[in-house]
Design a protein around this ligand. Structure first.
Ligand code: F6R
Length: 609
C-alpha cells in the first residue's frame, strides 16, 4: 500500500526520492507525488506510474523533500487526491487511514480551512498548520496534531523555511535511514538501500526529526528516545540483487523460481541436525511451547492458507487441536479466550493491519503465548509477538505471494514437529525422517519447476475462460484455495477452491464445458475418493486438469488432462503441489496480458483495514 520516501541531504535528493518510489512500486499504488523545498515549496503529482512523475521532476534540484505513492482509500485515484497535500507552505504525505477525519474536517472548515481533495490526509496538513498557531515549532506541532488522530498513520512533513523533516508513525510502517551525507525515511528498507544500509525502525507513537546531520526521536509518552539503546541501528542485509529482476521478466516469475533457494535458506536454520530444539522459535520458546495444548492461527490471504495446511500437520503429528481464523474476522468477533493457547500470526510482510490487530486483540484477552511466522525482521507483527520464526524467502516484490507461502509452510512444519515432540508423539527416528524430508524439499521443488513447458501449454486453454474450479482433499484442500486465489488475483478469472467432497453439495451445478476444473490428485489415502469426484465432473462434460503424483493411479482420457509431479511427498506434499498452480496462474496471466506483478486494485502490504 502507499509508500513514503523522505530525504534531507547535502546531495540533490530528487533522484533519491524517485528511485525510492520506484523501489516501493511493488507495494501497489495508483498515483504518485512529491514535494521539494528549493527553497519554496514545489509540488508535483501524477496519476499513473512513477516514471511519469520522474519525467515531471526532471531537472529539479533540492536537498529537502518528501515523496509518496498512493493507493486510494478516501477519494478516487486522481491528481487532486494524490499526495503530498499542502496547507500554506507545509506539505504532508501519509500512509494509513484517519478514522476521525470527518469530525476534524468539520472543525477545520469552521476555522476557515478550504479543502481541495477528498482525502483524509489533507486534514492532517491543515491540523498541523492550525496547531502551528500556538507554537511555531514544527516538531511540536506534529506531536500535538498526531495526538488528535485516531487511526493508523505513517507521515512525513516539511515546511517552507524549515531545516527539518518531521516524520511520525502509529500503526503503519516507517523507518529511518542514516546516510553519510544526510538522513532519510521510508516505508521499507528497499527504498533506501541506494543511500544507506543503516536503518532505525520507528515504533508506534514515535515522532522523529531529521536534519542533514542529526536525528532525534520522541516516543509515545513524549520522552526523548535514546539511540541506539532504545532504537537500535540495524545494518540491512538486503542486497541490491534481492530487489532486482535480473534475468526474469516479472518478480512473480523470479519468486516462483527462487523457491528452492528460499526453502534452502529457511532450512539453514536447522542445519544438518537430526533433531530440532524449540529454541528455533526464540529463547522463551522451550517454556512456552512445552505446555501448549491448543493452537490458534491468525492470518490473511495466502498466509491464511498456509495456516490451513498447518492445521492438518499440527493435529496429525502433535495431536493438538488447532483452529485457523481469518484475522479480520477474529479481531471483531466475540470468542472464548484461552490463555494457555499458542497464538500463531503468519504474515509475509509483518505489517498486515488485520493480522497485527488480531494479535493485539488476542493479547488483550490474556493470550500471551504469541508466535510470529514472518518474512520481515523488525516488522510490527514480529515485534508484537513473544516468539518468532523468520522465514528467509528474501524480499517478495510481486503482489501475488509465492515463495513466502512455501517458506511459511516449511516453518509451520517445523512448528508441528516441535509440538509433536513436546507432546511425546514423535520419537527420534520419526523426527529424523521428517527433517530429512524437509531438507529434500529444495531439490523436489526444483524438479516440479521443470514442468513449466507443459503448464504453459495448459495455460493457453484458460485464457478465454471466465470461471475455474479448484479441487483438493485433506491437506491439499488449502492448496486448492491457494490455487484459486492466485488465478483470480493475477488473471482476473473468477476462481473458487473447494474440498472435492463438497462438489455435489452445490458447485457441481456450475460445471459445464466452459468451466475448467483443476484438481490436485496426490497418491494419498483420499485418492480413490477424489477419483469418484472427478468422475462426477467428467460425467457433466467438465474439462479436468489434474496435477497427480508420479504414482497416482489416474489416467488421461478425453476431457481429462494429467500432469505428473516427479515424486510423492507424503505430509509435505502441499509444498510441491502449490508450485504448478503458481506457474499456471502466472502463465494464464501472461496469455491474458494482465499486469502480473501489480494486479489491479491490489496492494502488496495491506497496512489498512
Ligand atoms: C495473495 C497475497 C495476499 C497476502 C495477504 C496477507 O497472493 O499476497 O493474500 O497473503 O495480504 O499478507 P501478509 O502475508 O503480508 O500478511
Amino acid at each position: 500500500m502507499c509508500g513514503i520516501v523522505a530525504a534531507t541531504a547535502a546531495r540533490n535528493i530528487v533522484p533519491v526520492l524517485i528511485e525510492g518510489l520506484t523501489r516501493l512500486e511493488y507495494r501497489g499504488y495508483d498515483s504518485a507525488g512529491l514535494a521539494l523545498l528549493n527553497p519554496t515549496l514545489t509540488r508535483l503529482r501524477s496519476v499513473g506510474r512513477v516514471a511519469e512523475l520522474a519525467a515531471q521532476a526532471d531537472g529539479q534540484v533540492a536537498h529537502h523533500g518528501i515523496a509518496h505513492t498512493r493507493w486510494a482509500t478516501h477519494g478516487v485515484p486522481s491528481e487532486r487526491n494524490a499526495h503530498p497535500h499542502v496547507s500554506v507552505g507545509l506539505a504532508v504525505v501519509h500512509n494509513g487511514i484517519i478514522e476521525n477525519y470527518a469530525e476534524l474536517k468539520q472543525e477545520l472548515r469552521a476555522a476557515g480551512y478550504a479543502f481541495t481533495s477528498d482525502t483524509d490526509t489533507e486534514v492532517i496538513a491543515h491540523l498541523i498548520q492550525e496547531t502551528l498557531k500556538a507554537s511555531a515549532d514544527l516538531f511540536q506541532a506534529v506531536q500535538r496534531a498526531t495526538a488528535r488522530l485516531i487511526g493508523a498513520y505513517a507521515i512525513a512533513v516539511l515546511r517552507e523555511g524549515d531545516e527539518t523533516l518531521v516524520v511520525a508513525r502509529h500503526g503503519a510502517p516507517l523507518l529511518l535511514g542514516l546516510g553519510e551525507d544526510g538522513n532519510y525515511a521510508a516505508s521499507d528498507a528497499s527504498a533506501l538501500l541506494q543511500v544507506t544500509r543503516r536503518m532505525i525502525y520507528l515504533e508506534d507513537g514515535d515522532v522523529a526529526e531529521l536534519r542533514r546531520d542529526a536525528i532525534r526521536i520522541v516516543g509515545a509518552g513524549g520522552t526523548a528516545v535514546n539511540i541506539p539503546e532504545q532504537r537500535p541501528v540495524h545494518e540491512s542485509t538486503l542486497s541490491a540483487d534481492d530487489v532486482e529482476l535480473g534475468e526474469y521478466t516479472h518478480y512473480m516469475q523470479k519468486e516462483i523460481f527462487e523457491q528452492p533457494q528460499a526453502l534452502a535458506a529457511t532450512l539453514e536454520l536447522i542445519g544438518g541436525a537430526q533433531a530440532i530444539s524449540p529454541n528455533l522459535f526464540g529463547v522463551a520458546a522451550p517454556e512456552m511451547l512445552n505446555s501448549v495444548r491448543s493452537v490458534l492461527i491468525l492470518a490473511c490471504g495466502t498466509s491464511y492458507h498456509s495456516g490451513l495446511v498447518a492445521r492438518y500437520w499440527i493435529e496429525q503429528l502433535a495431536g493438538i487441536p488447532c483452529s485457523v481464523e481469518i484475522a479480520s474476522e477474529y479481531r471483531y468477533r466475540v470468542s472464548v479466550p484461552n490463555p494457555e493457547q499458542l497464538v500463531v500470526a503468519i504474515s509475509q510482510s509483518g505489517e498486515t493491519a488485520d493480522t497485527l490487530a488480531s494479535v493485539k486483540h488476542a493479547k488483550a484477552q490474556g493470550m500471551g503465548r504469541t508466535l510470529a511466522i514472518c518474512n520481515v525482521p523488525e516488522s510490527a507483527i514480529v515485534r508484537e509477538c513473544a516468539l518468532r520464526f523468520l522465514t528467509r524467502a528474501g524480499p517478495e516484490i510481486g503482489v501475488a505471494s509465492t515463495k513466502a507461502f512455501t517458506t511459511q509452510l516449511a516453518a509451520l512444519f517445523l512448528l508441528a514437529v516441535t509440538l509433536a515432540k513436546s507432546a511425546g508423539r514423535l520419537g527420534p527416528e520419526q523426527e529424523s525422517i521428517q527433517l530429512k524430508a524437509l531438507r529434500h524439499l529444495p531439490v523436489a521443488v526444483q524438479k516440479v519447476l521443470a514442468l513449466e513447458p507443459e503448464i504453459k501449454a495448459w495455460a493457453e486453454r484458460f485464457a478465454d475462460k471466465h470461471h475455474a474450479l479448484f479441487l483438493g482433499r485433506g491437506h491439499h484442500y488449502p492448496i486448492a484455495l491457494e490455487g484459486a486465489l492466485k488465478l483470480k488475483e493475477i488473471s482476473y478469472i473468477h476462481a473458487e477452491g473447494y474440498p472435492a467432497g463438497e462438489l455435489k453439495h452445490g458447485p457441481l451445478a456450475l460445471v459445464d464445458k466452459d468451466m475448467p476444473v483443476i484438481s490436485i490428485a496426490p497418491n494419498d489415502t483420499l485418492l480413490e475418493k477424489l477419483k469418484s469426484n472427478l468422475k462426477e465432473v467428467a460425467a457433466r462434460g467438465g474439462e479436468l486438469y489434474v496435477f497427480a503424483d508420479a504414482d497416482s493411479a489416474v489416467d488421461a482420457e478425453p476431457g481429462v488432462h494429467i500432469l505428473r509431479l516427479p515424486e510423492h511427498y507424503g505430509l509435505l506434499s502441499p509444498v510441491l503441489h502449490v508450485v504448478p498452480l503458481q506457474l499456471l496462474s502466472y502463465h494464464v496471466a501472461l496469455v491474458k496480458g494482465t499486469d502480473v506483478d501489480k494486479p489491479r486494485n491490489l496492494a502488496k502490504s495491506v497496512t489498512v483495514e
